[in-house]
Design a protein around this ligand. Structure first.
Ligand SMILES: Cc1ncc(COP(=O)(O)O)c(C=O)c1O
Length: 343
């Protein structure tokens, strides 16, 4: 039985071509800054984000943590959407390691808005009793809101607000390339609204390991020391960076296919008697749907027995993420299996 893994876009395996790029990678000791392939990946990333410098790190969580450590700061408030990844899915590291107090703020579609944040921000000359707000984290696309994007007006709104309160913006752009494809904005333009940016190589782009943190030269210099402190200084990492370069050069333009597949999947699910999802609200590669008349856990097992892997995120909620290893033909097969399921 063919297995269709839709649990996440992190489950993809490196292609033959990507493996060849890994095999051919020139390497050196990256802790000394001497790995030419890592340096090439970092330079390419800076070109893409429009930032002055970039750093290759092990994961999106590590990139976010380094940004929170440097621009958040111990005992400071950092505003984040209430369903944000750093708030719920990074093991409390922002508090435990960076010492920041993440403040969860509501917002439709996972998007932060100035008229809501105003009730949560503590200004530099505010009350003696309040932790000062140092930073805002925007998650673009927003994972648990369903792969939703910040559009230009959303980004402008947050930036004007951040400038007014003199706080920094970190963009958790784990899936910023999906946001770029969906909004028509270049990654560079999106990044102009943030002081620092995380993006993942090992999600929609299909690399096996790694993420990038981009920002100013001074910020990245400091980030290097924090990365080392976290145990993230690696040596001949060019082996992995080569996969990242391959991913950036070859797997960006195809992300639109994942978005089209996600829409098809959502429409098929909504046409069943046991799932509800508004397919018009699917913006990128993430589909959350509600189960009807069956628990998410039971449905997850039912789908698994038919070769479809998904992620039950709540008692009645399931997430599918389309990805590089799921073709249009696969989606047609998956939709056929889904349509035949009776509850
Ligand atoms: C929005 C977002 N940020 C950060 C991360 C963390 O990335 P990593 O798994 O590489 O630590 C994820 C992972 O799913 C994510 O969805």
């Amino acid at each position: 039985m063919k297995i269709y893994d839709l649990r996440s876009d992190t489950v993809t395996k490196p292609s033959e071509e990507m493996r060849k790029a890994i095999y051919r990678a020139e390497v050196g000791d990256d802790v000394y800054g001497e790995d030419p392939t890592v340096n090439r990946l970092q330079d390419l990333s800076s070109k893409i984000t429009g930032k002055k410098a970039s750093l290759f790190v092990s994961s999106g969580s590590m990139a976010n943590l380094i940004a929170l450590y440097i621009n958040g700061g111990r005992g400071k408030d950092v505003i984040i959407h209430k369903d944000g990844h750093s708030l719920h899915h990074e093991l409390g590291a922002p508090a435990a390691i960076a010492g920041v107090n993440l403040v969860g703020v509501p917002g439709e579609r996972g998007i932060l808005r100035s008229d809501i944040m105003v009730d949560y921000v503590n200004s530099p000359n505010g009350s003696y009793h309040d932790a000062k707000t140092s930073m805002i984290v925007i998650e673009n696309t927003h994972n648990f809101a369903g792969g939703t994007c910040y559009y230009r007006e959303n980004l402008k709104d947050v930036k004007i607000f951040a400038d007014r309160y003199e706080v920094k913006i970190h963009m958790d752009g784990a899936r910023v390339f999906n946001a770029s494809v969906a909004t028509g904005m270049s990654v560079k333009e999106i990044c102009t609204y943030a002081d620092s940016v995380t993006f993942c190589l090992a999600k929609g782009l299909g690399a096996p390991v790694g993420a990038i943190l981009s920002g100013s030269k001074e910020f990245i210099e400091e980030a290097k020391t924090v990365r080392k402190m976290l145990g993230g200084g690696t040596r001949q990492a060019g082996i992995l960076a080569a996969a990242g370069i391959y991913a950036l050069e070859n797997n960006r333009n195809r992300l639109i296919e994942d978005h089209i597949n996600a829409k098809t999947l959502a429409k098929t699910l909504d046409a069943t008697s046991w799932a509800q999802v508004d397919s018009t609200k699917i913006e990128t590669n993430i589909v959350f749907f509600n189960t009807i008349g069956i628990s998410a856990q039971k449905l997850e097992r039912k789908l698994f027995r038919r070769g479809i892997l998904c992620f039950a995120t709540g008692p009645n909620t399931i997430r599918f993420v389309t990805n590089l290893d799921i073709s249009k033909q696969d989606i047609n097969s998956i939709c056929g299996i889904i349509s035949a399921i009776e509850i």
